[in-house]
Design a protein around this ligand. Sequence first.
Ligand code: SAH
Ligand code: SF4
Ligand code: F3S
Length: 479
Amino acid sequence: MGVDRRQWMLGSLTKKLFIKTYGCQMNVYDSARMADVLTPLGFCQVDSPDDADIVIFNTCHIREKATEKVYSELGRLRDIRDKRIAAGAGMIIAVAGCVAQAEGEEMLHRAPHVDIVLGPQTYHRLPEMVARAARAPDLEGGGTGAGVLDTKFPAEPKFDSLPKVSSQGVSAFLSIQEGCDKFCTFCVVPYTRGSEYSRPIRDVMDEAKALVAGGAREITLLGQNVNAYHGMSAGGNEWRLGDLIRSLAEIEGLARLRYTTSHPCDIDDSLLSAHGEVRSLMPFLHLPVQSGSDRILTAMNRRYTADDYRRTTHRLREVRPDMALASDFIVGFPGESRADFKATLRLVRHIDFAQAYSFKFSARPGTPAAMLADQVDNATAEERLKELQMLLDDQQQAFNSRFLGLALPVLLDRPGRKSGQLAGRSPYMQAVHVTAKDAFLGEIASVRIDHTGVNSLGGRLSGNDDHVWGEGLQQRVCA
Ligand code: SAH
Ligand code: SF4
Ligand code: F3S
C-alpha cells in the first residue's frame, strides 16, 4: 500500500524539516536560507532524518569523496523513507547544492527515490518544487521519487526573491558574492555555482543590520571569491571589498568582521589598508595558495607565482603585524615532481601558517586537469600529503603555543565540549574552551590561555581589563 502524497502533505499543520549540509560555508549559509524559505510554510527544523517529512541534503562536489558520500547517505535515507511509508507517513527527499547542480538529471537515475534535485541558484523556488513533489503519484517506497528537477541558472538572482534573513545567532554568515570566473584547471566551482555575481551594497548592508539586530556580534562575509566583490555605491562610485568592510564596520553592535574565501590575485590596496585601519576586521585570513611551484601554479591556472603570494602576505603583515594566515594546498596535481613538492614545503616554511587544509588532487569530471597526462600515483600523493600535513600541524601547534599565559578576547558563541564549559573563537580563529556560565554566551570575554593543542586552546576567564590584545600581543604572535 502506498501513501497518498497530497493527503499526507495536508495531514498536519507543521511539517518537520531536516537539512544536512556538506562542503563549504556557502553551503552552510544556503542551508540557513532554505530553512528561511520553508519556515513560513509551516516547516520546523529537526535534528534527525528519522521523523522528518522533508529531508534536504545540501551537497558538495569539490572532491570525488564528497560526491560519493552523498550517494551512500542517500542509500541509507531510502531505508528510512521506506520504513516511514510502511508506517503510513511520507518523506520528500531533496538534493540541493553542487552535486545536484553537476549531476542534474543523472541524479534522478542513480537515486530514483529522490524527489527533488535543485541547484544552488534555484532554492528560492523550493516551495513550488515541494508543491510539485506533493502532487506526484503515490509514495510506494523503493525508487518512486517525484522527479522534480530545477538546476537552471535563472536570469533573476535568487537573493531578490528570498525572504528576510532570520537570526543566525552570535556568529553569522552573509553571502555577498557567488560563483567564480577564475577557472582553475582542477576546480568544479565555476561549473556548479556559475559565473561571478556580487550582491548590491544596499542588500548586504540591510542583511548585516538585520543579523546584528538578531544578535550577531560577528559576521563572516562569504563568496567563492569574496575579494572579487564589487558594487555601486549610492554616490555612484565603484566599491570593492575594502570599501564595503569599512562601511559594515560602522554598524553599531557589530564587533567582528571576517571574510572568506579570497583569491591571492584580488587583494587590492583598499582591502590591504582596511586590514590596517578597521579594528573589527579580524587579523586572520584564509588565503589559499595550492602550491609553491610556479610550474604547477601555471598548470593550475592560478594566475600568480609563489613570489607574488609571498609579497602579498608580506604586505598584509606590514599593515597588520599579527596577521595569522591560513591556506589550502593540493598535492599530487598532474605533473607534480618531487622538486615541485619541495617548493611547496619551502613556501610553507617561509610563510608560517596558523592553520591549513591540504588535499590530494582529485580528478573531477569535466575539468581540464582531469584530462592531463602524467597523473601522480596515489601512493606518492599520499606520502606527500602526510609530509605536508606534518609540517602544517607543527606550525599550527607552534602558533597556538605562543598564546600560553596570554589573555585573549574570545567571542563565546556555543556550548563547550564538557558541561559547564563554553566555546568560542579568538581573533585568530582558534577554538577556545573555557569554564563559564551560560550568561557569557554572546559575550567577548577575556580568557587567559592555560593550555594549547593543535586544534584548540583552553583557558580561564580573566578580568575584562587585562587583555594583552594589542601591541604586546602582536609582538608575541609575530615572534
Ligand atoms: N575559491 C577558493 C577555493 C574553493 S574550493 C580558492 O580559489 O582558493 C576549496 C579548496 O578545495 C581549494 O582551495 C582546493 O585546495 C581544494 N580543491 C578544489 N578542487 C580540488 C580538487 N579537484 N582536488 C583536490 N582539492 C581540490
Ligand atoms: Fe575554484 Fe579557482 Fe574559482 Fe577558487 S578561484 S573557486 S579554486 S576555480
Ligand atoms: Fe563544495 Fe560547492 Fe562549496 S563544490 S566547496 S559546496 S561551492
